[in-house]
Design a protein around this ligand. Structure first.
Ligand code: AHR
Length: 506
């Protein structure tokens, strides 16, 4: 029998706003993300502005990147910001012990990062060093960036060529303090988060959104330990809001860490296992949200998934410490499924950052010398950008046959989300089934829509990907198959495909 799905969407029942920061990004000093990816230096023959690659900027501008996290990741906890300011040739060098044991020349530092954010029109999210730094060092970095008037750090900033303070809205207090950020216990990390956050001051009208280093995957105890620091549940006096959010990290794999598999050589079983892992982010967000709800019923504290994405074996012949991987249609479907889940959790999930933007893990862009390739994942971000700051609409999905057995588990193969913004409905639909199309009916209630326009992202094979020689193997195209019917829209979604439908509310 044909696989069918009915998605009931009430156009007049508005849910929470989908924070644009759910479409955030991450750039670490890792492999060729910063050096070769964003940064080529002013003397490079590759067109650049002040050393920043302009083809990369142009491609990313089309995504409306809301924020960029930097300098790590694990690198953040061995990064000392003072090494990255002042004349470039005089900056001290260091060894990037986490990623490839390569020398870091510190040519890309604070000023270069802030210039990059300005070019991208993205808000900076800076991850401070808790693992090997000091409270004073972090406090002074905040002062250097955001204080106006006259002070020791302001004078240093001005001496380095920047008079005005920058606006820095997002500040990370360490990264993965349970692992590469210091191998701490939750209790100790929570105490340090309180201490460091205390000295990350709001200077002038710059208000920091402080994000404490949070849990990995299903470690709900970690979240509970952090929430106990900033909640008055079960305590006598209301503690201060030392930090405004806490993070969680969840990566998608098709098997164990020791055997992650190839980005491009995989079979259908690997593919379905991958999708099951991707869908696991729903459980992870729901689990942490449930713990947070106990301590913070008003949902004032944010959950920030500041690392997510696929993690495969590195491409053959590349440095294992550089985490360079190809990106196929499979990766795109991981991304589209994640966004549906993020939209569903919009009330608690305030920010998410894919790892990472260029040349590392599930990247938007891959560069090779002066060549640049937009990955299938890039296209999902572009097709979905209309959801940024839109009002979410709950989607009730009925698709009893849209399922696949994956080992002992079952994978739901249709995923959807919807929002309204500026008088327009945007629906995202993914068919994860590798072989079967699905007949979809969008049952629109509480309103009507005008002529729909749709775009489709798919390819002949799940393994298809883009290269400099074949840059548009996986690229969106107009889809003419959406029909208006009484009470909604119908369409047939091909196997392994992502589709967006936009229609004006009438
Ligand atoms: O994104 C790569 C690494 O994954 C990050 O540096 C770290 O935080 C995580 O373990």
């Amino acid at each position: 029998p044909a696989v069918t799905a009915t998605a009931v969407i009430n156009l007049d029942l508005e849910g929470p706003t989908i924070n644009r920061h759910l479409y955030g990004h991450f750039a670490e000093h890792l492999g060729r993300c910063v050096y070769g990816g964003f940064w080529v230096g002013e003397d490079s023959p590759i067109p650049n502005e002040g050393g920043i690659r302009l083809d990369v900027v142009e491609a990313l501008r089309a995504l409306d990147i809301p924020n960029l996290r930097w300098p790590g990741g694990c690198f953040a906890d061995e990064y000392h910001w003072r090494d990255g300011v002042g004349p470039r040739e005089e900056r001290p060098r260091m060894v990037n012990t986490h990623w490839g044991n390569v020398e870091e020349n510190n040519h890309f530092g604070t000023h270069e990062f802030m210039a990059l954010c300005e070019l991208l029109c993205a808000e900076p999210y800076i991850s401070g060093n808790v693992g090997s730094g000091t409270v004073r060092e972090m406090s002074e970095w905040v002062e250097y960036l955001t204080r106006d008037g006259d002070s020791p750090m302001v004078r240093l900033r001005k001496a380095n060529g920047r008079n005005e303070p920058w606006r820095v809205p997002f500040w990370g207090i360490g990264n993965e303090t349970w692992g590469c950020g210091g191998n701490m216990r939750a209790e100790y990390s929570a105490d340090l988060a309180r201490q460091y956050a205390t000295y990350c001051r709001d200077h002038g009208d710059n208000t920091l959104y402080r994000i404490a280093s949070g849990a990995s995957d299903d470690d709900y105890k970690w979240t509970e330990t952090l929430m106990q620091q900033i909640s008055c549940f079960g305590c006598e006096a209301t503690p201060k809001n030392f930090f405004q959010a806490l993070s969680v990290h969840h990566y998608t794999l098709s098997g164990p860490w020791e055997a992650k598999g190839s980005a491009t050589v995989f079979d259908t079983d690997d593919y379905y296992r991958t999708m099951l892992s991707a869908r696991g982010v729903d459980r992870v967000i729901a689990g942490h949200s449930a713990v947070m709800d106990v301590y913070d019923r008003g949902r004032t504290v944010g959950l920030v998934l500041d690392e997510w994405g696929t993690w495969w074996d590195v491409e053959p012949g590349t440095n294992p410490g550089f985490l360079f991987q190809q990106n196929t249609l499979r990766d795109a479907l991981v991304a589209s499924t994640h966004f549906d889940i993020f939209h569903k959790h919009a009330a608690r999930l305030r920010m998410a950052n894919i790892a990472q933007t260029v040349n590392v893990l599930q990247a938007m862009l891959l560069t090779d010398g002066d060549a640049l390739v937009r990955t299938p994942t890039y296209h999902v971000f572009e097709m979905n950008k209309g959801h940024q700051d839109a009002t979410s609409l709950a989607v009730h999905l009925r698709a009893p046959l849209a399922r696949r057995a994956v080992g002992e588990a079952e994978l739901e193969t249709v995923s959807a989300s919807a929002s309204v913004k500026d008088g327009s409905l945007l629906v995202s639909l993914t068919n994860l089934d590798a072989e079967r199309p699905v007949e979809v009916r969008l049952d629109l209630r509480g309103g009507t829509v005008g002529a729909p326009e749709a775009r489709l992202l798919t390819a002949g094979r799940l393994q298809d990907h883009n290269t400099p020689e074949a840059a548009a193997t996986v690229a969106p195209r107009a889809f003419e198959g959406v029909r208006s019917v009484d009470g909604g829209l119908t369409l047939t979604l091909p196997p392994h495909a992502f589709l967006t439908v936009r229609a004006p509310l009438t």
